[in-house]
Design a protein around this ligand. Structure first.
Ligand SMILES: O=P(O)(O)OC[C@H]1O[C@@H](O)[C@H](O)[C@@H](O)[C@@H]1O
Length: 315
């Protein structure tokens, strides 16, 4: 159904002894036999591997809380990691499902904010104890620190739960205001999906929506109304669809599609860099649940929440 990621993964660098120790202590604390494993990923970066008894698997790096892999029981990869991705913290991991928070961008701070280039902490892990539904899950948290406050002067806690529900991948993001002033933010899950070929991929579920086209000038998007039943790719695409429905579908061109169901996110971004990324643009498409058109406002002591459920369906 879905093709496997073809590019060769570079062999992991030996991590420093201290990192190894922390991986083994995380494994001791949060590992759950057969379902949740904390291990070294590429470049020695710690990752949480979730394994469902149906055979599906997900890998979540603590660096950026990026889901870098989600495989079906067949072993087929659904997500896409760009060949230029670095796993050495020199830049955010380019691929999988990175976070954009507290700014989707462009804007005052670095593109897509800081959440994708910071280490998140594991706060808990679980594997549902019901005999038939052992859904492995991990909860990661990010809290403000000197680095984040220099860019965005707010006290916050981000809580991100990633769960395998059978073959589905579920994410749940909560942003808590732990300070004494209200704050605004924009955000997205910058999901990269592998497609057979960008020229046969299609995104359905956007017809009739107002969109902001960022291709001509990202600083001055051009507004339009989507007329098409299916958005196709014949050149670069960088559009934010405002007030989208809670379901969109990415036809990956193999007879399968990714069903993307969400709550709380409100907008959908569709992005293909086209030949600005000559080496890889044919193989992926980003369909991103976002909160962009109207920034979220969170009062002190309050929180904002959004979920995304991904499933592979046959067309
Ligand atoms: O930072 P990355 O992963 O290279 O992604 C950049 C792109 O991310 C997309 O979400 C934006 O809509 C684009 O405007 C932007 O160019």
């Amino acid at each position: 159904m879905l093709r496997k990621i073809l590019e060769k993964r570079s062999s992991p660098l030996r991590a420093a002894a201290v990192a190894e120790q922390s991986v083994s202590s995380l494994q001791e604390k949060y590992g759950i036999a057969e379902h949740v494993e904390i291990t070294e990923g590429q470049g020695g970066l710690p990752k949480v591997v979730l394994k469902h008894s149906c055979g599906s698997k997900a890998e979540v790096y603590l660096y950026g809380a990026v889901v870098a892999s989600w495989t079906q029981p067949s072993g087929d990869e659904v997500l896409y990691v760009r060949p230029d991705a670095k796993f050495d913290k020199s830049k955010p991991i380019s691929g999988g499902i990175p976070h954009c928070f507290p700014q989707f961008g462009p804007g005052a701070m670095q593109q897509h904010g800081f959440a994708r280039n910071l280490d998140w902490d594991i706060s808990t892990s679980s594997a549902d104890l019901q005999p038939d539904e052992k859904d492995p899950s991990v909860e990661l948290t990010l809290t403000d620190n000197e680095y984040t406050r220099a860019m965005w002067p707010h006290a916050f806690k981000a809580v991100y739960t990633v769960t395998l529900h059978g073959e589905q991948l579920r994410t749940d993001l909560r942003i808590l205001n732990t300070g004494d002033q209200p704050f605004d933010f924009t955000a997205a899950l910058h999901s990269y999906f592998e497609v057979l070929d960008i020229e046969v991929a299609k995104v359905r579920g956007l017809q009739g929506l107002t969109f902001l086209d960022k291709v001509p000038n990202p600083e001055k998007p051009v507004e339009g109304t989507e007329q098409r039943d299916a958005v196709e790719f014949k050149g670069p695409v960088d559009s934010v669809y405002l007030k989208a429905k809670d379901y969109v579908e990415l036809d990956v061109g193999t007879g399968a599609a990714i069903a993307i169901s969400s709550s709380g996110w409100e907008d959908v971004v569709v992005w293909s860099p086209w030949d600005a990324m000559k080496d890889c643009y044919k193989s992926f498409c980003c369909v991103e649940n976002a909160k962009f058109g109207e920034p979220a406002t969170v009062q002190p002591g309050d929180s904002w929440r959004a979920t995304q459920d991904l499933a592979v369906i046959d067309l």
